[in-house]
Design a protein around this ligand. Structure first.
Ligand code: UDP
Length: 383
């Protein structure tokens, strides 16, 4: 039997789940309030310069998951891309993530790997045995000088609070390397979609069983009109924010233009607290195989997300986690809704993890459907 299924949101979750369900013979409708697909990884060709712009900030694809890599390559050509981030701090430019070059430049030394490791160990606070906070994690692994130069100011700007209030897990996203490898990610597969993420998502959604409606908001009160609803909007938004708003950071992008090459790399971070933005991205460098005379850049500012702003980073501190628990309990009363993706599960998800979870969610749903069982409200526990 064919189910009438609705995907709320045409981002990665909605597209990947929608495609799998359509391939299994179900009738899929995708609604998105915006006028484009691909959610926050939306890319657009700038009409003036021809540069492919990452409209909601930089998205670089990296994964260790061979199946996810194969999946994205089915729908778009991925060209090799390594994210080599630089940071400006205290009047100098350094290489990130912290690597042997950063350490040697910062301390004016010529350390070899084991010498650098031993030196950093003399800087590190070894009395911290089980780091819980972002600051503890930094002091334990790189010591106060590198922490102040590269992490403290940046993190205060990015998260709007002291690194003593943030969990160590945020810093664990970044490696410290005692060699000259300056690749920001250590995943096996890395690349950029040649035609952009929007072209990829459009192809995922291009299936006779899928009907896409843009600029169409969905009222959760209408969930009963569908056999099943996959909600990739904000979890609290589904319930009209009746228990309060889950905290997010939002981003403001101040666009500016130039000719030629303005900064020489895709991403330049700014570690100093007195520079109000966290980073500048020069979009043409995300497609290094293209050549454009003009250039489009974003200065990126982070701030607390208000009711009319686009939510980016879930904050997930103690207070937010308590509220999340209340929303999760409420969600579990739903009969025909599954909450998916970064906003639907209130987690800081990279694109590859979002796709992996979407594939798994579709498989679990199809299996449950086959067995005549109710589908899970969350494929993975958001807590
Ligand atoms: N971070 C930092 N300095 C930097 C880059 C990152 O302190 O130059 C911290 C910051 O708190 C950030 C976290 O490390 O939120 C994770 O960085 P990542 O680059 O993964 O952040 P994203 O690209 O997802 O914003």
């Amino acid at each position: 039997m064919t189910d009438k299924v609705l995907m709320v949101g045409a981002g990665l979750s909605g597209a990947v789940i929608g495609r799998r369900l359509a391939e299994a013979g179900h009738s899929v409708t995708v609604m998105d309030a915006r006028d484009h697909v691909a959610g926050n990884c939306h890319t657009r060709r700038d009409p003036q310069t021809g540069v492919l712009v990452h409209v909601y900030g930089p998205h670089i694809f990296h994964t260790d998951d061979a199946e996810v890599w194969e999946y994205v390559n089915t729908f778009e050509t991925f060209l090799p891309f390594k994210n080599r981030v630089k940071t400006t701090s205290q009047g100098a430019v350094y290489s990130l993530p912290i690597n042997l070059h950063t350490i040697n430049q910062f301390y004016g030394r010529t350390f070899r790997p084991e010498e650098a490791r031993a030196f950093i160990e003399t800087q590190a606070d070894t009395s911290i045995t089980d780091p819980q906070t972002f600051e503890d994690q930094a002091l334990r692994f790189v010591g106060p000088d590198l922490y102040e130069a590269f992490f403290k100011g940046y993190t205060e700007k990015q998260w709007g609070c002291s690194p003593t209030e943030l969990p160590a897990s945020i810093l664990k996203r970044l490696p410290v390397r005692f060699n000259y490898d300056d690749n920001y990610f250590f995943h096996r597969f890395q690349g950029m979609p040649e035609g952009g993420y929007t072209a990829m998502v459009e192809r995922i959604l291009d299936h006779p069983g899928i009907d896409v409606h843009l600029e169409t908001a969905f009222d959760p009160a209408d969930a009963g009109d569908w056999d099943h609803v996959f909600w990739s909007g904000p979890l609290d938004g589904f319930f009209g924010y009746e228990l309060g708003r889950l905290g997010y950071r939002t981003l403001d992008f101040e666009e500016f233009r130039s000719t030629g090459d303005w900064q020489g790399c895709a991403v330049m971070n700014y570690g100093d607290r007195d520079i109000p933005y966290t980073r500048i991205t020069e979009h043409k460098h995300f497609s290094p195989w293209e050549s454009h005379e003009g250039s489009v850049l974003y200065r990126e500012f982070s701030r607390e997300c208000g009711p009319d702003d686009i939510p980016y980073y879930p904050i997930r501190l103690v207070a937010e986690k308590a509220m999340l628990g209340d929303y999760v309990a409420r969600a579990k009363d739903q009969r025909n809704v599954t909450f998916v993706g970064r906003l639907g599960t209130y987690r800081y998800l990279d694109m590859d993890v979002t796709i992996r979870e979407a594939m798994d969610t579709a498989a679990i749903w199809l299996e449950a459907r086959q067995a005549g069982q109710p589908a899970p409200v969350f494929a993975r526990d958001p807590l």
